[in-house]
Design a protein around this ligand. Structure first.
Ligand code: SAM
Ligand code: SF4
Length: 439
């Protein structure tokens, strides 16, 4: 039998890319590839890229530069670029970096086997189509091998919202939801392979409206179906848009036992003037009222969010409105970014904020978020939480898992297996994690 070829995939960006990388590796498995952790012994290197901010995209070119030497040593090595940079820049990547053999967009990676075969003939392969066919149906069935207790599952892709700063509608295309039966089949397969927690993914996951047995199903409808899957213990979903937070989804947070009390609900800014300029179509007030309703349904829910500071024309007063909103919500987690100009998006043409002012605002916002994050984490001390154990810790006998609120929890001398769900009493709170003891 011939030696398996080795595939090195490096993933950048969001969880959807993590999921896509898994699926790409699986489909190339059909071409005789097995994954390797090092680019040095690879026959194919695939960078699954992110285009959301300029820095993320530029990183790809410097990473490709580092592979030049390898390619000279091993001319048969194939180098591919997948994901959103591939979609946005297409052929330009091959022009800028001639060592690249293959460029594949996020909607056409089911065609990777043919593309890989083409590169073996010495030709270059490029596919950045938005094909009609359902990529997930064309992909190979998922392998049956055992896997870890948590998994991502993409249920919705693309976005029709066109926020003025964002490339996603251009790189991922229009909003599409996968049919419910296919998602349920995939979820059942994952559970058979040892998965206990599934995070449903979508750029606008709560806009999900996939075909169900009685017409389109909402995300809440899908969650209720998943709630019936034996062996599945936890359901999460990300990322949601405030405008798509439907009543049935809010209610599910109070009534669906497997749906975890954690919600990522990006607001981007606390200033109505900026929100309007961002084309977000919600106000700070409507967002705060929404959170009130969510907390009424599930009082202990931990909120998470995304923020952009230094969006064009943002004044100190606008920024203060963001700080006020953060002070009111008190996020358990939040991701904040300095605005990054993305060519082709409406905001790119507008007058930019002084970068120093933007840096200063980002620092102040992150300081406030970190303080709240720490307060919420510290308030867990003395409480009992349920922990899904994911892996051994760094110390002998230690195990690490996640609480229902997504906090990392370490337990020393833990007589538990990976994949077990156990009650833990939280004893102390550290910089980024909690420590506890089994009950
Ligand atoms: N669909 C999600 C939503 O509407 O909140 C967000 C998806 S986007 C991949 C993740 C985050 O990246 C956004 O919430 C936003 O905060 C950030 N982001 C997007 N474009 C950006 C830009 N041009 N500059 C800085 N941050 C950006
Ligand atoms: Fe981008 Fe999210 Fe806005 Fe869509 S809703 S354009 S993914 S920030």
């Amino acid at each position: 039998m011939s030696e398996p070829k080795k595939l090195y995939i490096k993933t950048y960006g969001c969880q959807m890319n993590v999921y896509d990388s898994e699926r790409m590796a699986e489909t190339l498995g059909g071409q005789g590839y097995v994954e390797t952790k090092s680019p040095d012994d690879a026959d194919m290197i695939l960078l699954n890229t992110c285009h959301i901010r300029e820095k993320a995209a530029e990183k790809i070119y410097s990473e490709l530069g580092r592979f030049k030497g390898l390619k000279t040593e091993k001319p048969d090595l194939k180098i591919g670029v997948a994901g959103c940079v591939a979609q946005a820049e297409g052929e330009e990547i091959m022009r800028r970096q001639p060592i690249v053999d293959l460029v594949v967009g996020p909607q056409s990676y089911h065609r990777l086997p043919e593309m890989e075969a083409k590169t073996r003939t010495g030709a270059k392969a490029l596919d950045t189509d938005f094909p009609e066919e359902d990529k997930f149906e064309k992909l190979k069935n998922r392998p049956k091998a055992k896997r870890g207790p948590t998994a991502f599952l993409t249920v919705q892709e693309g976005c029709d919202k066109f926020c003025a700063f964002c490339v996603v509608p251009y790189t991922r295309g229009a909003e599409v939801s996968r049919p419910a039966d296919r998602i349920l089949r995939e979820a059942n397969d994952l559970v058979e392979r040892g998965v206990r927690e599934i995070t449903l993914l979508g750029q606008n996951v709560n806009a999900y409206h996939g075909a169900g047995p009685n017409g389109d199903m909402t995300l809440a409808g899908l969650i209720w179906e998943l709630n019936k899957v034996d062996g599945l213990e936890r359901i999460r979903f990300t990322t949601s848009h405030p405008n798509d937070m439907a009543d049935d989804l809010i209610e599910a947070h109070g009534t669906c036992d497997k749906l975890m009390p954690y919600l990522h609900l990006p607001v981007q800014s606390g200033s109505d003037r900026i929100l309007k300029r961002m084309n977000r179509s919600h106000t700070a007030e409507s967002y705060l009222r929404l959170i009130e309703r969510i907390r009424a349904a599930r009082p202990d829910i931990v909120m998470s969010g995304d923020f952009i500071v230094g969006f064009p024309e943002e004044t100190e007063e606008d920024f203060q409105a963001t700080m006020d909103l953060v002070e009111e919500v008190k996020y358990g987690y939040a991701y904040s970014f300095k605005y990054s100009t993305r060519p082709g998006t409406p905001a790119a043409e507008r007058s930019q904020v002084d970068p120093k002012a933007a840096d200063d605002r980002l620092q102040r916002l992150q300081g406030l978020i970190t303080r709240h994050q720490r307060e919420i984490q510290d308030a867990m001390v003395g409480r009992d939480v349920k922990v899904l154990f994911e892996k051994p810790g760094r110390l002998p006998g230690q195990m690490v898992g996640k609480s229902e609120y997504l906090h990392s929890v370490h337990v020393s001398d833990a007589d538990v297996a990976v994949g077990e769900l156990r009650d833990v009493r939280i004893m102390s709170s550290g910089a980024n994690s909690l420590a506890g003891a089994l009950r």
